[in-house]
Design a protein around this ligand. Structure first.
Ligand SMILES: Nc1nc2c(ncn2[C@@H]2O[C@H](COP(=O)(O)OP(=O)(O)OP(=O)(O)O)[C@@H](O)[C@H]2O)c(=O)[nH]1
Ligand SMILES: [Mg+2]
Ligand SMILES: [Zn+2]
Length: 361
């Protein structure tokens, strides 16, 4: 299989994936990228365009997510291998149970999308930044609806302060001319994903970037919130040469295994905390604490510190439940293996007893 195929390169195919292709013997193979996953049917983008296969064939060797690269049996349209992910963006799935849900695989850049209205929230942007930084994905903050707001520059300035070197673009998402500012992250071979609340203009942006004709929705007048127009994530080819994943609006995006992301994002807070006299300082007014004075002097922002504490606690809590879940799963797997062994021992015994009886006859 040659990797010079233009269509594959445009879909994000890289040497990193090429070199993982296992030896599939004499089976004719092809590669493709998961573009959407509808539960019973999975759509894939290959050299010859988009095609659909049943989920049983798509997940024949394990779960797959939008953005994944897979190797298929070209004749049977059945997945033989899921290639290792370059990056994976995940969050804790909504609900009580702590289990990770993949937002998109193999993404290079995340457009953290928020509008210049009620949706604008620095702590929420920090949450998404931590997710992206943890996954090794370049975050870009996109502020939409500048046409409806007088203080877009102020929003932009505040967002820029959340992380050194953070790029923040503000625009009217309906205007393809303004949206060209995002084109440099959407070039050949690049994969970008949109993430943000419902109604902030993710699908509008996707359309302006040339993703196709995605449905966009209206906003409730009462609270400026969207109506969850996009219901499933989907990956699209862009005329600029890259691909884009549009996501449904997220209500809740809890962090689970995001320790590295939080450390990277809140390096400033951690640096100050290192000046505390005691290593186990709880930063609650004890003597020798460096956080209190930094908050008083304004060196450290109250909101930022409070969000650091709250995201760190959430992360630790979810990571612990996740570890417990893994332990439970491991124990169950061990039990299942033992049971299978006993059962197969039993059937071997009865098979040899049967043979002995036959020999005696
Ligand atoms: N004035 C203005 N309206 C915008 C802008 N961006 C999006 N809209 C409008 O906001 C509404 C919601 O946009 P969508 O693109 O559907 O939002 P979304 O983020 O995809 O929403 P979900 O799919 O529900 O997550 C639509 O009516 C858009 O036309 C903008 O920059 N300015
Ligand atoms: Mg949408
Ligand atoms: Zn302290």
């Amino acid at each position: 299989m040659e990797m010079t195929d233009d269509q594959l390169l445009r879909t994000g195919w890289k040497p990193f994936f090429q070199q993982q292709i296992a030896d599939h013997g004499s089976t004719a193979i092809k590669v493709a990228r998961v573009s959407s996953h509808h539960g019973i049917r999975v759509l894939l983008l290959g050299e010859a365009g988009e095609f659909g296969i049943p989920v049983q064939s798509a997940e024949a060797v394990g779960g797959i997510a939008v953005g994944d690269w897979v190797v298929l049996d070209a004749g049977a349209d059945r997945v033989l291998q899921r290639l290792e992910r370059k990056t994976v963006l995940f969050r804790k799935a909504a609900g009580e149970e702590v289990k990770p849900q993949i937002i998109a695989a193999n993404i290079d850049t995340l457009f953290i999308t928020t509008s210049c209205n009620e949706d604008f929230n620095l702590s929420r942007i920090e949450r998404y930044l931590a997710l992206a930084l943890d996954a090794g994905i370049r975050p870009i903050v996109v502020l939409t609806k500048v046409d409806l707001c007088d203080s877009a520059d102020e929003y932009r300035r505040q967002a820029e302060q959340l992380h050194p070197g953070l790029v923040v673009e503000s625009l009217d998402a309906r205007d393809p001319e303004q949206v060209t500012r995002l084109r440099s992250w959407c070039g050949p071979g690049e994969s970008v994903a949109l993430l943000g609340s419902s109604g902030v203009g993710k699908s509008t942006l996707a359309n302006a970037l040339g993703a196709g004709d995605l449905a966009t929705g209206s906003i409730r007048d009462t609270d400026g919130k969207g109506r969850h127009t996009t219901t499933a994530r989907s990956l699209h080819l862009l005329p600029s040469g890259g691909v884009l994943v549009d996501n449904p609006g997220v209500r809740e995006c809890q962090l689970s295994e995001c320790e590295h992301g939080l450390k990277t994002l809140f390096d400033d807070v951690i640096q100050i905390a290192q000046r505390c006299q005691f290593r186990n300082c709880s930063h609650e007014g004890e003597s020798g604490c460096a956080i209190g004075p930094a908050l008083t002097s304004g060196e450290l922002d109250q909101r930022r510190f409070a969000n650091f504490v709250s995201l760190s606690e959430e992360q630790a809590r979810n990571a612990k439940s996740l570890a417990e879940r893994h332990d439970r799963q491991d124990r169950q797997d061990r039990l299942d293996r033992q049971e299978r062994k006993i059962a197969s021992g039993r059937s071997q015994k009865s098979a040899s007893a049967h043979k002995r009886r036959r020999r005696r006859k």
